[in-house]
Design a protein around this ligand. Sequence first.
Ligand SMILES: [Zn+2]
Length: 174
Amino acid sequence: MIFSKLFQFCPVCGSNDFVVNNEKSMRCEACDFIYYVNASAATAAFIQNENGDLLACRRAKEPAKGTLDLPGGFVDNDETAEKAIVREIKEELNGEVEKLEYLFSLPNLYEYCGLTVPTLDMFFACRLKSTKNLKASDDVEALEFIPLNKLQPNDFGLKSIRKGVEIFLEKSKL
Ligand SMILES: [Zn+2]
């Protein structure tokens, strides 16, 4: 559901005279507060082993539970995207990032508790100190390294991640 259908009260003054301002914002008629719905920053990592196979995670939680995903997650307040992806790789895989490179970004819509949250997913190529002994935890159920010629973007459940994997595959063929 989009925010303007779910949000009924002004978060500043509590008035229920909280109306759609435009497609990006809502306005409070009582106190003139304007609430802008900006994209939440998120990260995703392409990690390859010594054979060039890509690391994919099986999602343990909704949305898209049970489908493949890339390691990553939301950027915390007051955190850089670079720090966020290093932290997520530690939390989700117990992996140590040795080198990272920003690649590109894609917008996405993320379903969370019945609310459609716009995100901006930033993709990084990450080299780990070791790709052995990685361990799935947090919101990851299982890990697998997939040879690029067996990689199926449609197995990735989140739209921006699927598109990101397609771009990654195209680039890796060049
Ligand atoms: Zn208000």
